[in-house]
Design a protein around this ligand. Sequence first.
Ligand code: DC
Length: 228
Amino acid sequence: MKKIIIALDGYSSCGKSSTAKRVAAQLGYAFIDTGAMYRAVSLYLYENQIDYTHAEAVEQALANIQISFQFNEERGASDVYLNGVNVESEIRKMYISQLVSQVSSIASVRKAMVAQQQEMGKQKGIVMDGRDIGTKVFPEAELKIFMTADPVIRAERRRLELLQKGDDVPLAEILENLQQRDLQDSTRAESPLVQADDAILLDTSYMTLDEQVAFVVNHHHAIVEKLG
Ligand code: DC
């Protein structure tokens, strides 16, 4: 079977990663959560007290940042590693969510991450989720999906996710963070979050995860069949 690139872009907490993870498992594709990479960079800057507004310091820091993914059998997905340390759970915390939009809008950070992502997708057979995968990282991706959902529904989903990890964050705070990030991600100068002209819109507000997965998998099969 011919392998393709699936680009899953969209707003924060629309279910991109959960969908991408399941689609990848069904298709036997690799899954890369590019948000995790920007989160790992943010964690590095935070831990090393590097001022993200200081361009030179950020560039220097990037030279010392190694990001990799390693499959975690228990979770059925890859965990992200920062310089050899598993940071999968740390990068999901609120203090990183509050920092990551600023960090991901820095040109040098994007350049470094995009180069790594392009390398990861060279062999195709990959599902990559993020904000600029269909527009910037893989403009030639055979399947592009742009995900959106009602902000309140997204915040409720995120709250549940955090609660399951023992992090009890008020709904209003999550909603505020989501909307803030959406605004920053969509209005930044570097690779803003926009729907690619050839992306298919998927509103997940009233869809189950199974339905979202089926939507992407069905489109995948139709494309692969056409490619022959
Ligand atoms: O998907 P996420 O919420 O984990 O992403 C964290 C942040 O990283 C998000 O606010 C925007 C940024 N991001 C980006 O700019 N480009 C990507 N390809 C992925 C994420």
